[in-house]
Design a protein around this ligand. Structure first.
Ligand SMILES: NC(=O)C1=CN([C@@H]2O[C@H](COP(=O)(O)OP(=O)(O)OC[C@H]3O[C@@H](n4cnc5c(N)ncnc54)[C@H](OP(=O)(O)O)[C@@H]3O)[C@@H](O)[C@H]2O)C=CC1
Ligand SMILES: C[C@H](CCC(=O)NCCS(=O)(=O)O)[C@H]1CC[C@H]2[C@@H]3C(=O)C[C@@H]4C[C@H](O)CC[C@]4(C)[C@H]3CC[C@]12C
Length: 265
């Protein structure tokens, strides 16, 4: 389809082609949550190109059907009307699974913390607790396939950025849960990899395009990396500063924060 052809140039790099060939040998079965728009949608297109069996979720049926239409020549199952706002319903997964990509997020605001505890609770349910519930449901199958869990997080889940208090809290929680779980897997010889993806601001322009970001996430998961940094320099360097000069990094973030530009997204 046209949109898959549009995505093709981003796979042109050597690692992209190598991954594609490697992936096709394995014929992966993958779940991508929050795949109706943004980075999740782009991951669905990349995975389809690699010949994966994919299951995509989101709340809005119309948007998911649009994505499904572009994936029609591939094996794709849509689970629309899935909302993670209430405690996870029955597991949506049956049969085998090789990779669980947890990507969805609920809507939040981009301004000073307004004291709304209910909003923090709701966002924790969508952005954090549902990730825990999905992981618990999928774990028997992932153990069987020695598969992978990929958790999409943010710079705002590693460093304190202003104006994103509830969102940031949910992303820090993911790091705590999945880093601790990774340790336990290692101690219990559970061969399921956990990849935490630390993303900077993804824009629609050429600097950090969502198509490239989506491919980096899939690559990191397939290679069973502990963490993915995208873009590497602009996420990794601030984190190195954080560990040695936290106050200085906080100062730099406040100084460089372009709120007007971010509010437009
Ligand atoms: N964009 C960026 O600059 C950055 C993004 N990230 C991370 O990347 C990931 C993807 O972000 P992005 O592509 O911008 O996200 P989008 O806002 O484009 O997509 C969010 C997805 O989640 C779904 N969703 C929203 N609310 C719910 C809900 N209550 N239950 C189930 N599904 C829901 C949406 O579909 P629907 O509304 O139909 O349910 C949509 O498919 C996120 O984890 C985000 O934190 C990290 C750093 C920067
Ligand atoms: C401003 C933060 C990123 C700093 C950075 O990486 N700059 C270099 C970019 S470069 O690679 O192009 O050179 C942002 C890191 C995470 C962002 C927030 C987020 O995770 C999700 C929301 C996305 C939405 O579109 C805008 C608001 C966000 C809360 C977003 C705000 C900016 C970040 C904190």
């Amino acid at each position: 389809s046209s949109s898959l052809e549009v995505a093709a140039p981003s796979l042109a790099g050597f690692t992209g082609v190598a991954l594609l060939l490697f992936w096709e040998q394995l014929w992966k079965r993958v779940i991508v949550t929050g795949a109706s728009t943004g980075i999740g949608e782009q991951m669905a297109y990349h995975l389809a190109r690699m010949g994966s069996h994919i299951l995509v979720t989101a709340r809005t049926e119309a948007k998911l059907q649009k994505v499904n239409g572009k994936l029609s020549t591939h094996t794709c199952t849509c689970i629309p009307a899935i909302s993670y706002s209430t405690l996870m319903p029955a597991p949506l997964i049956s049969g085998g699974l090789d990779m669980l990509i947890l990507n969805h997020i609920g809507k939040s605001y981009f301004s000073y913390f307004d004291g709304d505890v209910g909003h923090v609770q709701k966002l924790l349910q969508i952005n954090f607790l549902s990730y825990v519930a999905m992981t618990v449901s999928a774990l028997p199958m992932l153990k069987e396939s020695e598969g992978s869990i990929v958790v999409v997080s943010s710079m705002a889940g590693k460093v304190g950025f202003p104006l994103t208090v509830p969102y940031s809290a949910t992303k820090f929680a993911l790091d705590g849960f999945f880093s601790s779980l990774r340790q336990e897997f290692s101690m219990q010889s559970v061969n399921v990899s956990i990849t935490l993806c630390v993303l900077g601001f993804i824009n629609t322009g050429k600097i950090s395009p969502k198509e490239e970001c989506a491919l980096e996430i899939i690559k990191g998961g397939a290679l069973r990396q502990r963490e993915v940094y995208y873009r590497y320099a602009s996420t990794k360097i601030p984190l190195l500063i954080r560990d040695w000069a936290a106050d200085f990094l906080d100062y730099l973030i406040r100084k460089c924060y372009n709120t007007e530009n971010l509010k437009k997204n």
